[in-house]
Design a protein around this ligand. Structure first.
Ligand code: SF4
Length: 84
């Protein structure tokens, strides 16, 4: 598991607004959220540090946002499956 942050220097998301990954708009509808998350995941899939990012988010139990191409719900599900 990765807990350091050096990988962030190569993060593809540095060129995008944080709202794309964290959905800071309280008025976001479910459809808008899904669309935003899909766009964020598209950035992640082309990111060279995707695995490091996902490892970090899983290790630190990041509660919000898209990390490593997964939503918070998808990460919780992965952790739950791994704990069985
Ligand atoms: S995988 Fe996604 S959230 Fe993680 S550093 Fe890359 S672009 Fe950013």
């Amino acid at each position: 598991m990765t807990t350091g942050l050096a990988w962030r220097e190569d993060a593809a998301c540095l060129e995008y607004p944080a709202v794309l990954f964290f959905g800071l708009d309280d008025n976001e509808s479910a459809v808008e959220r899904r669309s935003r998350e899909d766009r964020a995941k598209g950035v992640c899939y082309g990111c060279t540090v995707r695995q490091e990012c996902l490892d970090y988010a899983l290790a630190t139990r990041e509660p919000y946002g898209i990390w490593g191409g997964l939503t918070e719900i998808e990460r919780r599900s992965r952790l739950h499956r791994a704990s069985r």
